[in-house]
Design a protein around this ligand. Structure first.
Ligand SMILES: [Fe+2]
Ligand SMILES: [Fe+2]
Length: 264
């Protein structure tokens, strides 16, 4: 059985320091096999924010798997955005934008869904390309049947209706059609600062909200998830910041049957 801690949208530059300390404490007591961080590590992609984020990554003393979000690109330094958009990421975080990791129990496929520009005014929007879809589909289909398959992408593949119009990832329908029945088990995302998890086309789509920042939506506290299990059963324990600490607020259990996931 594997234990993952899924955190997202830390947004260094807009950190709530007591919440960050509470998260570190939780990580120490949970001792996860892997921490998954689904993008928006910084707020404005400044050097200072990247330095603070790098300190956090060093401090946690736990293996982590990370991909970037739209906030990890500079919005205001346009020359930087167009000519060397990921220079700070490479310097302070890691070489890869699309990390991959596999062991006997699970495979993590990370993709970068943030784009430096698009044919629309809102550059916070993300997309998944045909090349990325093909790559993920191939990776998952070639993997051993017993190995849990997780895709980590910043932008969401499913959203409650009120958030759909602005935030849903471009290319979603094509991606989900391609992933169906391949053996992909989970898609982990962030971006909307809203947490939830549910089954979509036999795949578990699970979100953490903003784990440590003050960029909170009304009625949504800071949050993270603990994901435990294997290829046959998974539990997702959603934690929220409440009364000065992260507290468990809901546990969802999923089982795999006929090649797809179902919620118990
Ligand atoms: Fe965010
Ligand atoms: Fe985002």
């Amino acid at each position: 059985m594997t234990t993952f801690v899924h955190i997202s949208d830390l947004h260094f530059g807009r950190i709530l320091t007591d919440v960050l300390a509470g998260l570190k404490q939780k990580i120490k007591s949970i001792k996860p096999d892997m921490i998954i961080i689904s993008g928006d590590l910084t707020q404005r992609a400044t050097k200072k924010e990247y330095q603070q984020a790098a300190d956090f990554l060093n401090d946690i003393n736990t293996p982590y798997f990370i991909i970037p979000g739209n906030h990890d690109l500079s919005t205001f330094r346009i020359i930087e955005r167009f000519f060397w958009p990921w220079r700070k990421w490479h310097k302070w975080v890691q070489r890869e934008l699309e990390a991959q990791y596999a062991n006997d129990n699970y495979q993590l496929i990370g993709i970068n869904t943030a784009r430096k520009a698009g044919f629309y005014m809102d550059w916070s929007r993300g997309r998944i390309s045909s090349t990325q879809i093909k790559h993920i589909t191939k990776q998952v289909m070639e993997a051993p049947e017993y190995q849990l398959q997780l895709l980590v992408a910043h932008h969401p593949f499913w959203l409650p209706r009120e958030y759909e119009a602005r935030h849903l990832i471009g290319g979603r329908d094509k991606a989900l059609a391609s992933f169906k029945d391949t053996g992909l088990d989970l898609i982990l995302s962030g971006h909307v600062h809203v947490d939830y998890c549910r089954v979509v086309d036999g795949i578990i789509v699970s979100h953490a909200g903003t784990t440590t920042s003050d960029r909170l939506l009304p009625e949504h506290a800071n949050s993270f998830n603990i994901i435990r299990g294997d290829k046959s059963t998974l539990t997702i324990a959603r934690h929220h910041w409440h009364q000065d600490e992260f507290q468990l607020s809901a546990t969802q259990t999923f089982y795999r049957d006929n090649g797809g996931w179902h919620e118990q």
